[in-house]
Design a protein around this ligand. Structure first.
Ligand code: SF4
Ligand code: SF4
Length: 448
C-alpha cells in the first residue's frame, strides 16, 4: 500500500510536519495505469508497458510504499484517536488491482469501522456491488473532464461507458457515487457549472479539483486555472448545493404529492412552480442543453427541470411564494411540512388551521437557515461562457457565504491538503476553516 506523504505522517511513518494534516487517509493501490489521462503521471497513453513501473506521483502528491499490515493497523489506531476519520483508496487501473482493493476494503473493515471511499475506474457493475458489500461507503467516479468531448480527449475513453456504469450505480445505490471533476482542462466556466448541475440533478455530490500540471505528462505545459475563475466555480457549486437542499426537502415531496391525482388541483400547481410536470419528453434536445449529457435518450422531465432549477434558480415572484407560503419562516429557518396533522412536535409552528380547526399547514422548523437570495435567478449569469456574479448581491454574498464554500468538498472529512497547490500557494480548496480575512479575499475574487 502507498499512503500519501501527508497520510504517512499522520500514521506516524515519516516526520513531515504539517499545519493542516489530512483528516482522511489517502492510500494509493496499483502500480502504473493502463489508462491514459493526459494530466496524470500514472497514465500510459495506452501503453501496457507502463503498468508496474510505479511512478511516484498521483496529482502533485508523493506516495510512499509501506507494508499493508502496518498501514492498516495504523489506520485503525488513528481512527480510534480521531486523527483519521475516513480512508480513501485511490486505485490505478493496473492488472489484478481489483482483488487488491477488495481485500484492502475487507481488511480495513475487519479492524475498524472507518468510512471507506474507493476511487477506481475500469470495473463492472458487479464489482461495484462487491465493493459495497465489503464495506465501501462511497465510490468515486472520476469523470474529471466537464463534458463528453473533453473527456474523450483528456482521458482517451468514451464518456458514454463511464456514464452507463454511473447511471446504473445511481439507480441501485443512489447515495454511493461521488463525482470528481477537474477545473482547468480546457472547459469553459459555463460548461463546468452545467456539468456540476447535471450531477447534482442525478443526486451525487461533486468534488472539484484544480488542474495541476505534472512534469513529463502531456499537459505539463498547461497553466493551472485562474484562482478567480476557480472561486466563481466554488461559489456556484455552493449555490447549487443550497438549491439542491431546497429541492430535496421541499419541492420533491410536493412532486410526489402531485403525482397523486387526488391532490392535483390549481393550488397545488401554484405551490410548485418548478417541477409540476412529470411527463416524459420525447425530444430533450429541443428543450434543454442537458441533452448533450444524456444523449438522445428519453429523459425524465423531472431531471431536466431539476437541472434548470439548480442552475437558474427562480424568478423573484416564485422565490417570494416559496418564502411566504412554503419553506422559510420569518427567522429564516427552513420549514418541513408535517404529514401527521395531529402529533405536533414542540418546535412546530402552525401556519394556519382549516375550517375544522385542524392544522392545515403545519410545519416543523429545521435547524438550517435559508435565505431566498440563494434561489434568485440573477445571482449569477453567464456572459461569453464566463460566470458573472450580480454586483447587487455582493453585500449578501460577503455576509452569507460560509467558509465551507471554499474548503475541500466531497465525502465527509476529505480535506486533501496540498493536493493541487504548493504549501506556500493560496489553496484552491482550503483543507480547513478559512480565517475571516481569507474568506473575505475569496469572495472578493468572485467579483473581480
Ligand atoms: S485512470 Fe486514474 S491513475 Fe489511471 S491515468 Fe487516469 S487519473 Fe491516472
Ligand atoms: S471526495 Fe475525497 S475522500 Fe471522497 S473519493 Fe474523492 S478524494 Fe476520496
Amino acid at each position: 500500500m502507498k499512503p500519501s506523504a501527508g497520510t504517512a505522517s499522520v500514521l506516524g511513518m515519516n516526520r513531515i510536519k504539517m499545519e493542516d494534516p489530512p483528516t482522511c487517509a489517502y492510500i494509493m493501490l496499483g502500480s502504473g495505469c493502463r489508462n491514459s489521462c493526459l494530466f496524470c503521471a500514472q497514465g500510459s497513453r495506452g501503453k501496457e508497458e507502463n503498468c508496474g513501473k510505479d511512478p511516484k506521483f498521483l496529482s502533485r502528491v508523493n506516495w510512499e510504499s509501506e507494508k499493508d499490515e502496518k498501514v492498516l493497523q495504523a489506520i485503525s489506531g488513528k481512527f480510534e484517536t480521531g486523527d483519521v476519520k475516513r480512508v480513501c483508496y485511490q486505485v490505478t487501473d493496473s492488472p489484478d488491482v481489483f482483488e487488491e482493493v477488495l481485500s484492502a476494503v475487507k481488511k480495513t473493515k475487519k479492524l475498524c469501522d472507518v468510512p471507506i471511499c474507493v476511487s477506481i475506474t475500469g470495473i463492472s457493475e458487479k464489482q461495484i456491488d462487491e465493493l459495497i458489500e465489503a464495506g465501501a461507503e462511497k465510490i468515486a467516479f472520476s469523470f474529471d473532464a466537464a463534458n463528453p468531448e473533453l473527456f474523450a480527449y483528456i482521458k482517451g475513453r468514451k464518456w458514454e461507458d463511464e456514464w452507463a456504469l454511473y447511471e446504473k450505480t445511481v439507480k441501485h445505490h443512489p447515495k454511493v457515487p461521488v463525482i470528481h471533476l477537474i477545473a482547468g482542462l480546457g472547459e469553459t466556466e459555463k460548461e463546468m457549472a452545467e456539468s456540476v448541475t447535471m450531477f447534482y440533478a442525478m443526486g451525487s455530490h461533486v468534488s472539484l479539483f484544480a488542474f495541476t500540471p505534472l512534469p513529463k505528462t502531456p499537459l505539463a505545459g498547461r497553466k493551472q486555472p485562474e484562482l478567480s475563475s476557480y472561486r466563481k466555480l466554488q461559489t456556484v457549486l455552493y449555490i447549487i448545493r443550497k438549491r439542491k437542499e431546497i429541492f430535496e426537502k421541499i419541492i420533491l415531496p410536493q412532486v410526489e404529492n402531485y403525482k397523486n391525482p387526488e391532490i392535483q388541483n390549481e393550488n397545488s400547481q401554484k405551490t410548485m412552480p418548478f417541477t409540476g410536470e412529470t411527463k416524459k419528453i420525447e425530444n430533450p434536445e429541443n428543450v434543454s442543453p442537458w441533452n448533450k449529457f444524456f444523449g438522445l435518450k428519453k429523459v425524465e422531465c423531472e431531471i431536466i427541470n431539476q437541472c434548470e432549477f439548480l442552475l437558474s434558480g427562480t424568478d423573484d415572484a416564485e422565490a417570494e411564494v416559496m418564502r411566504e407560503k412554503l419553506i422559510i419562516s420569518e427567522s429564516g429557518n427552513l420549514l418541513e411540512k408535517n404529514n401527521c396533522g395531529k402529533n405536533i412536535p414542540d418546535e412546530t409552528v402552525l401556519m394556519a388551521t382549516d375550517e375544522n380547526g385542524d392544522c392545515g399547514d403545519c410545519f416543523t422548523k429545521t435547524p438550517e437557515l435559508f435565505d431566498k437570495t440563494w434561489l434568485k435567478h440573477d445571482i449569477f449569469r453567464f456572459e461569453d461562457d464566463k460566470i458573472v456574479f450580480n454586483r447587487n448581491d455582493e453585500v449578501f454574498l460577503k455576509k452569507n457565504i460560509p467558509s465551507e464554500a471554499y474548503q475541500t468538498f466531497g465525502c465527509a472529512d476529505c480535506n486533501r491538503p496540498f493536493y493541487n497547490e504548493k504549501p506556500n500557494q493560496t489553496p484552491y480548496n482550503y483543507p480547513r476553516v478559512l480565517t475571516k480575512k481569507e474568506l473575505q479575499n475569496a469572495v472578493e475574487l468572485v467579483f473581480g
